[in-house]
Design a protein around this ligand. Sequence first.
Ligand code: NAD
Length: 474
Amino acid sequence: MRNYTQFYIDGAFVDPITPKTAEVINPATEAVSGTISLGSEADVDKAVAAARRAFASWSVSTVAERTDLLGAILAEYERRERELGEAVTEEMGAPLSLGCGFHTLLGKGHIGTALEVLKTYKFEEERGVTMIRKEPIGVCGLITPWNWPMNQTCVKIAPALATGCTMILKPPQLAPYSAQILAEILHTAGVPAGVFNMVQGAGSVIGAALSRHKDVDMISFTGSEPVGVQIQKDAADTVKRVGLELGGKSAWIVLDDTSMAANVAGATGGMMGNSGQTCSAGSRLLVPAARMEEAIAAAAEAANGVTVGDPTGNFAMGPVVSKSQYNIIQDYITKGIDEGATLIAGGPGRPEGIDKGWFVRPTVFVGTNDMVIAREEIFGPVLVMIGYDDLDHAVEIANDSDFGLGGYVSGEDLGVARDVSKRMRTGAIWVNGGFDFNAPFGGYKRSGNGREWGVEGFAEYLETKAIVGWNAAG
Ligand code: NAD
């Protein structure tokens, strides 16, 4: 059992001002796995005051001081990486191979990338008579979701530290363990008191208090669209910057010139990864209508081949994060059947032989783009395949969405694949796979307004100041 009932404020682990606790449930067993404290507005005030005090010195720290600190954090993160991965598995149900693999690797990658970007980042640039300075925006509220906890936390903390900001992290209530270990890592690595603070608790209390707080200069939020909208409203009165990384309903276009079976199988397997709980997952798979039969066979075989079970065992897919997510996903599967989509794999209920834990069957539908299952983010292992007539039709379907986060194109002819990728209205596209920590990540349309990762991630935490007359006019 984990007992994480203290917050991290002003360089120390401290008790909440008013004691209140909540149990954390292991989604694979439905058993209580530990306890956290639920903070109050008073805890937020205390953390914001500490961050405000620390900003005076951290905002004028040198690049060398900040690179040294990021290096120390990276070393301590690596030392405790296994522990972090196990915490991720316990809190949100990712298989251990994923929790101790890609989950923690992403967090580490963001710290290392921020460190490298910082070494050469131009905080000052003279342009004619003017000096343009990039200055830290101030005290930042960082609000994160549970689905890739180390990725989403480190992608905020690392650039915020690198740019000289101070911060208050509000981790997800469903998955609070890895953030607690990360706070210990930052403490051991020597983050100065008040620069990083963490308060656990309910989003509607801690997140809302940060969003409304007059001494918080910026909110960086990753999570669902409705909460993002609420945060913008809460932040409006104090005119703070709000960076939003929201949901998606991303299209994966398989072009006609490529192996249908291999690419459909790859896309289907990709959709089931992390139990479908990935904001940029390719949840709409677009295939040539004339080759739908071939695609159905490949998708069904791939989905039926995904092993589901105990995340500490040797299975490809664990549970989804909670009972309420399980119920939401079940409702969508029922909705898909009711609205006439053809079920080709999976379906309602738990996988055969499992009667406990929030396990969902890897599910594939063939449907149309006007169906609810093709329009709304399900956030579970549910894929919708849609047939297209020609390239224009494929692009039209892909862009016919309220969201615009990710996109995928698989094809042999790179020229055609590139052309299709340019026509898709989303923030990130993967052409025949690939991975890049320096590629900016964020959404068009209702998928958000921010850009994280790499050098673009720094801009979120910086103000631009113009000092005119810095140089005498020539
Ligand atoms: P969520 O919106 O329910 O919660 C996210 C965070 O916001 C949590 O810490 C929560 O406690 C907090 N919160 C809740 N109500 C709040 C309020 N009124 N004010 C301030 N904070 C509040 O999202 P979730 O269920 O944790 O995560 C899943 C969602 O996140 C999905 O929609 C997914 O697509 C999205 N997501 C987006 C990205 C991206 O980079 N675009 C990445 C991962 C996840």
